[in-house]
Design a protein around this ligand. Structure first.
Ligand code: CP3
Length: 378
């Protein structure tokens, strides 16, 4: 995979055909090193090393805002699509072809491992994950069995194929965080206030701990499958954990997230941790063992720096809704994010949450280019 600059508009796109085959020597004379040793601004920024430009990728870059995504999916239901390796590879590659992003994210969903262990669930368009038989007691928790790699052969196959297609570009594997998955399982679907979830957390702490411990083990197994198949970074999406207070996070969630990050430590892949509305939890999310703390759009990165202990990189945090504003406004705000990001030990540019479905892909293309241009040599 090489970057090709279009002489007409100066935009960078990627071309696949120039990647040398394994064992060959690339154009610049560098041997085709094993994946873990190749250059990547994304991996370097995660590791707080110097970079030639600020790397960028977009949460939910693969998906509904792309016409070619809708075409590839056709009428295949979301969870079926997540089990078809060729489709996973195609959809993961789509944003990489369009945008000069510095990483790809595996096309899947946080509920895929739950489906794989037999939880009766579906992803309803416009709604999200819906669980047929919500978990409300010990018997429900005990029905969640551990995940075995043989439960997700399509993940192993798709990640393997993708690492070949992507060449030097790293693939990010991911899993759902324990609070967020527990919320879907307990509520039975998306929830605004996470009422039953918090009622269990406060009222039945032992049952809660058992559920979260089981979800942590499932996440560990699922992330290991992805890393062993070739993913070069992982992100734990605890999207809805911003709904609880720091003291509760510390006692009721952090031990389980910590268990996940510790279990991945030996693989030496950067571990990113993200949640929405987690301004008050950023320090604790770092403490849980992330190398990179994801920040939503509510907290400026130069403020987030002081909330997170030393030795962490930051990821974020342009409000995704800014992509619906006129380009000059988006561009100004993106420059601000870059400036604020310079105060961090390492900065991976991203949105403050996922790409909104109505986003014009052309705006994302311009944003990726702007991040590179404005950060080069600074
Ligand atoms: O980042 C990427 O592009 C990779 C793919 C990805 C998806 N879901 C694909 C998807 C990732 C990383 C996720 C993670 C995910 N899934 C999260 C964490 C990230 C976040 O947004 O906070 C959460 C909370 C979920 C649960 C979920 N799945 C929701 C809330 C929805 C949206 C429901 C809707 O239709 O509005 C989904 C469905 C989903 N996951 C879609 C995609 C492309 C849409 C399905 C479709 O196209 O029909």
């Amino acid at each position: 995979m090489v970057n090709v600059v279009n002489p007409q508009d100066g935009r960078t796109t990627r071309s696949r055909d120039a990647s040398p085959a394994a064992g060959e020597t690339s154009e610049n004379g560098r041997a085709n090193l094993p994946a873990a040793r190749r250059d990547s601004t994304f991996l370097d920024a995660c590791r707080r090393r110097p970079v030639a430009h600020t790397p960028v990728w977009f949460m939910r870059q693969a998906g509904r805002s792309l016409p070619e995504y809708r075409e590839a999916r056709g009428t295949v239901p979301m969870l079926e699509a997540c089990a078809i390796p060729d489709l996973i590879v195609e959809i993961t590659m789509q944003p990489v072809r369009r945008y000069a992003v510095d990483a790809a994210i595996f096309f899947s969903d946080i509920v895929v491992p739950l489906k794989a262990i037999g939880v009766d669930l579906d992803i309803k368009p416009g709604v999200g994950p819906v669980i047929a038989d919500p978990i409300r007691d010990a018997a429900g928790v005990d029905r969640l069995r551990l995940l075995d790699p043989s439960d997700v052969p399509y993940v192993t196959e798709a990640v393997g194929a993708l690492t070949g297609e992507l060449g030097d570009l790293p693939l990010i594997g991911f899993a759902g965080g324990p609070f967020t998955l527990a919320s879907y399982l307990i509520e039975g679907g998306p929830s605004k206030n996470h009422e039953r979830t918090k009622a269990m957390m406060y009222g039945e702490p032992e049952l809660w701990a058992r559920l979260l411990d089981r979800l942590a083990d499932i996440a560990i197994a699922y992330l290991k499958v992805q890393v062993e198949a070739g993913a070069r970074a992982i992100q734990l999406f605890d999207s809805w954990v911003g709904g609880i207070a720091p003291a509760d996070y510390r006692t009721s969630v952090l031990p389980h997230s910590s268990k996940i990050f510790s279990a991945l430590e030996a693989y030496d892949v950067p571990r990113i941790h993200f949640g929405v509305g987690t301004g008050e939890l950023l320090g604790l999310m770092g403490e849980a063992g992330a190398d990179v703390v994801g920040v939503d759009w509510r907290v400026p990165l130069d403020d987030a720096v002081h909330r997170v202990e030393a030795g962490k990189a930051l990821q974020g945090n342009l409000d995704p809704a800014l992509l619906l504003a006129p380009w000059e406004i988006t561009a100004d705000r993106a420059r601000q994010v870059l400036d604020q990001g310079r105060t961090a030990e390492g900065h991976v540019f991203n949105l403050g949450h996922g790409v909104l479905p109505n986003t014009d892909p052309g705006m994302l293309a311009r944003l990726a280019d702007l991040v590179h241009e404005e950060s080069t040599g600074r």
